[in-house]
Design a protein around this ligand. Structure first.
Ligand code: CA
Length: 477
């Protein structure tokens, strides 16, 4: 008999009501190792029949002690139908050995089921591991212990999520789960989550793969996302046969913000002339540097119209700037033009409209960018009100509404757009004082741009002319 001194376990202090609702019954039976995608519901099933006997199964990560190696073996007969995953016995070692399905990262809700057959009654635990993180070996091990006749539920978690794990159920007490060596059982782990720190796992046990009885419930789990697999643990790693590993999981559609943003197609529109009023070709460098303590930085360009930074008046985003000492630099595109502050968002929009459409800058009350559309009284551009079937086009100038955090609102210039017939897609913009890169991608949903934050835009309805000369004051209206 092995020494049991020092063995620790967490016993349930709370007798929780056990849910009698069973997870989806196993209905998928396939030979080999197959992943079947049934819409958003997917099944991974592996009966270990497709691997070479005597070797570890291909496609599994082996982790833990290298003193034993789980291999595929033929048990009770010859041929693929008899193949199981065999974990050898390893006495007198407080350690673990895992075979985790490589690449199969699942997030709750999911259910993992495996057939398990202990080959000895004097050893310890073996079962299912979920939420495996291969970087730090964070995991949850759910392992029936053949010696203690119970189910051990061990959480290893080193991440930042606060959790309050509560483990309960009849099988948490030694003797609470009666089972025998040399007999097939099915262990099932059903994971659900209401968010970080609110994961729940129900452990089921079956002797016929039909009727599953809940034996352990765990709540308040930090994180249920990760790889799944099979494993054994000490102090005496048992000799175990595993078979028919089955993972039922849902491929959740990614939230909108996680959708990969397609790449905008390059603008076919002609490039525009450089600003004649700039002293220095890169962001009015001589003038700007001469008036401030800062070197200007080009961020991005659209049709050769460059978005620049910084904006010294606003100290917070400009390292080294001091409110009351550093100011935005007023610049006029031509004599007696309405002045624009370098490098505020309005300056870029006005500069672009001047160079592209010969539209003279106009006055916005207190630099309120949000009124760049509503204040427009000219005749070169058309003010567009958002609505079904309408979305911004390259070269349009957007107005963003004022918010609590930004009472000035915002403006940007559209460089590309792609919107489908349902009004869903993207608008790419270039901007100053709106993003570190000078570029942003706005999501269009049901014809609303940026959740309705874009309240309208100015559109040039005329033919695009290849501008070869800078407009003059005399040409402006
Ligand atoms: Ca098998």
């Amino acid at each position: 008999m092995l020494a049991r001194i020092g063995k620790t376990r967490k016993l349930a202090l709370v007798a929780a009501a056990i849910l009698m609702v069973l997870p989806p019954a196993s209905v998928t039976v396939r030979a080999g190792n197959a992943t079947t995608n049934m819409g958003s519901s997917t099944v991974f099933f592996d009966d270990f029949s497709s691997y070479t006997p005597g070797l570890p199964p291909i496609g599994y990560l082996l982790r833990g002690t290298s003193a034993i190696t789980p291999t595929v073996e033929e048990v009770g007969g010859i041929g693929p139908a008899y193949r199981v995953l065999d974990f050898p016995d390893l006495p007198f070692l407080y350690d673990n050995r895992w075979a985790l399905k490589d690449g199969l990262t699942v997030s709750a809700p999911y259910t993992v089921t495996a057939k398990i057959n202990f080959q000895e009654s004097v050893a310890d635990r073996a079962g299912i591991t979920i939420a495996w993180n291969d970087q730090n070996e964070n995991r949850i091990d759910i392992q029936p212990n053949v010696y203690w006749q119970d189910v051990e539920f061990h959480v290893t978690y080193t991440g930042p999520v606060t959790s309050n794990v509560q483990i309960s159920g009849p099988a948490t007490t030694p003797g609470g789960l009666q089972f025998s060596a040399g007999t097939d059982y099915w262990l099932r782990v059903s994971a659900t989550s209401n968010g970080p720190g609110q994961g729940q796992v129900i452990v089921y046990w079956s002797s016929d793969n039909i009727a599953f009885t809940p034996v352990v419930t765990a709540t308040g789990l930090a994180d249920l996302t990760g790889l799944v697999g099979l494993g054994t643990a000490g102090p005496h790693l048992p000799h175990v046969y595993f078979d028919d590993l089955k993972v039922d999981y849902t491929v959740a559609p990614p939230p909108p913000t996680d959708t990969p943003v397609p790449t905008a197609t390059p603008s076919p529109l002609p490039t525009l002339p450089a600003p004649t009023w700039w002293a220095g070709t890169a962001c009015d460098s001589y003038h700007f540097r001469g008036q401030t303590r800062f070197f200007p930085t080009p961020l991005a360009q659209y049709r050769n119209v460059v978005a620049c930074s910084p904006r010294p008046f606003w100290a917070a985003p400009t390292p080294g700037a001091t409110p009351g000492v550093d100011y935005d630099i007023l610049e006029r595109f031509y004599p007696r033009a309405v002045g624009e502050y370098e490098w505020e968002c309005v300056e870029y929009a006005m500069r672009f409209m001047y160079l592209a459409y010969q539209q003279a800058p106009w006055y916005l009350h207190d630099n309120h960018a949000y009124e760049i559309v509503s204040s427009y009284r000219g005749h070169i551009l058309a003010a567009v009100v958002p609505g079904p079937g309408i979305f911004p086009q390259p070269g349009d100038v957007l107005a963003y509404k004022a918010t609590r955090s930004n009472p000035f609102g915002h403006t940007s210039v559209v460089t590309a757009s792609s919107v489908d017939a349902q009004g869903n897609g993207y608008v790419w913009v270039i901007e100053q004082n709106g993003s570190p890169t000078g570029r942003s991608v706005l999501r269009v949903t049901n014809w609303q741009v940026a959740n309705g934050n874009v309240t309208g835009w100015l559109h040039y309805p005329g033919p695009i002319v290849t501008a070869t000369a800078t407009p003059t004051a005399a040409s402006l209206r």
